[in-house]
Write a new protein. Structure first.
Length: 110
């Protein structure tokens, strides 16, 4: 077997390092939310939502299991059809509404 030919068949088995970058990596990252909030304040129906985010809903007499909902700042916490105003809301995590996020807002047309 020709030695020149066998050298051409040799393949490097060393791993190459690959780094993936997101499209927006060049821009500085800004926090979009404050993260998980432990033991946050509890709100009742009729109160105004102060921060957009994910809220844990607890119903009176547990006619329904605790569940999470998204509420937008400025909206009013609603009453439950079953337990009326005895429903409670606790902020679990702030999160921006997608269309109020600077990366997703539509540019205002002039």
């Amino acid at each position: 077997m020709n030695s020149a030919r066998s050298q051409a068949v040799v393949v490097s088995l060393q791993r190459e390092r690959v780094r993936f970058r997101s499209a927006d990596e060049q821009r500085p990252r800004r926090p979009h939310h404050k993260g998980r909030i432990e033991g946050g304040p509890v709100y009742s129906s009729g109160s105004t939502v102060r921060e957009t985010g994910i809220y844990e809903v607890t119903h009176d007499r547990e006619h329904r299991n605790t569940h999470d909902v998204v509420m937008l700042a400025g909206d009013i916490f609603p009453a439950c059809e079953t337990c009326d105003a005895r429903v409670r809301f606790r902020l679990v995590r702030t999160a921006p509404y997608i269309f109020q996020d600077p990366d997703f807002e539509k540019a205002e047309e002039e």
